[in-house]
Design a binder for this molecule. Sequence first.
Ligand code: ATP
Length: 489
Amino acid sequence: MDYNLETVVSWAKRKWFVYPGSDIYGWLANAWDLGPYGTMLRKNILDSWYQTFTQRRSDIIPLDAAILMNVKTWEASGHLSNFSDPLVDDKNTGERFRVDKIIEDVIEKFRKNKSEEEIINQLKEEFWVDNTVPESWTFEQMKAFIEKYVSKNPNNWKEANWTDIRKFNLMFKTFQWVTEDNTATIYLRPETAQGIFVNFKNILDTMRVKIPFGISQVGKSFRNEITPWNFLFRVREFEQMEIEYFVEPEKDAFYFERWKEDCWAWWTETLWINKEKLRFRDHEEDELSHYSKGTTDVEYKFPWWWGELQGIARRWDYDLTQHQKHSLVNMQYTDPKTGHRFIPWVIEPSWGLTRAIATAMIDSYDEEKYTDPKWNEQTRIVSRFHKNIAPIKFAILPLMEKKQELVDIADKIFLDLSKEFMCEYDGKWNIGKRYRRQDEIWTPFCVTIDFDTLEDNTVTVRDRDSMNQIRVKIKDLRDVYENSEKYFN
Ligand code: ATP
């Protein structure tokens, strides 16, 4: 079943997955802090990504470049001149809006009573555009659209007085001291990719890599989004997991397809995001970033509409050529067999870690009716996410906290299992309430230590999804995790 965003966000806040950023000072709009369970979830998603795309790949090596970079990087990459969004101000209130987002909201309303084909026909007739992606339209087309369909300010629903559409650079500007009374402008990086490109030569000179090979990096990026919105989906500070994959010129089409397959497999078979809610979307020609010859996005059907989780771009030799021009450092690779020298072409799969965290929460949230023998019909909130991604793997629950013998065994089990698994000890409340609490935070297995444990070293393991309970030896708990299908189905 689909749940609205408010329901999921309220659960995520209640269950310590996220906190509003700077909360005690009344929040900094759309900044979020990850709470304890959100932090664990982030680590599990990141670990799974790192294992899949770096640890298990002999052709990919990791890097961790600095966030602050020489400003010439951004001149060379084109971000200083091109990395912008179209915006308008409402002259009546001074508020600023991203035009493409306002238009998308109106198109979303059209969808309530028109098919996609009907909408495109209407847009063609009225504005000479043949798609519903305003990012690819000209400023004139966007202006004509808002003049016709957006007469009111979306925040206060009063008549708006729009300025012309202008470009707004998304990079966060800051200042660095050069001398005691003189500063230089620098920028917080808007993508992690450039840290990889500027280190390409270092890697070539030190790592004996052979094409095709990739460099992976995870880190914070910053974009001064005009209208951050929808929870963690569009924030100003977020994390990316990026790979620049270097291939022979002209061979990028082949690797592009391969990367699409690998990325799809990670989303659907490692993170287990619902396949029905995922799709690829090719960028329209006019929508492509300044560096791209072709981009496909992996999109998820969020409660509000499809949104991008990841971009896979054919960046050809744009970045390395630009850095060669601006730094005068030779970025050529020499083929060890033929001696042929060339600037490699690049495929860039770029995942949003922050969006992956939001998607995991939204995709797994469920409310389920079940019959409790004592209380009849009940509803439980249960997050059905794959055990590998669950923040806590085992909840360790002594039946009665007053009985020290039970607590001692619980402590021992905790110490043993926590060498490999994130576990949580909980001795408060009755056991049913403790199960419910663990259901809400994803925990796949609850382990109850009771008086029989003292006799025969067995414990009750309760499975989150089926709610079935089995009795197993303490020494078999690891096997329950590894081979849970054998025990519960
Ligand atoms: P969008 O079109 O949604 O603004 P983008 O195409 O500009 O995204 P990319 O530059 O391709 O995004 O960045 C790669 C990934 O980084 C995106 O797929 C997304 O998951 C993530 N990302 C980009 N901007 C943000 C943001 N403001 N907040 C959270 N994640 C983001």
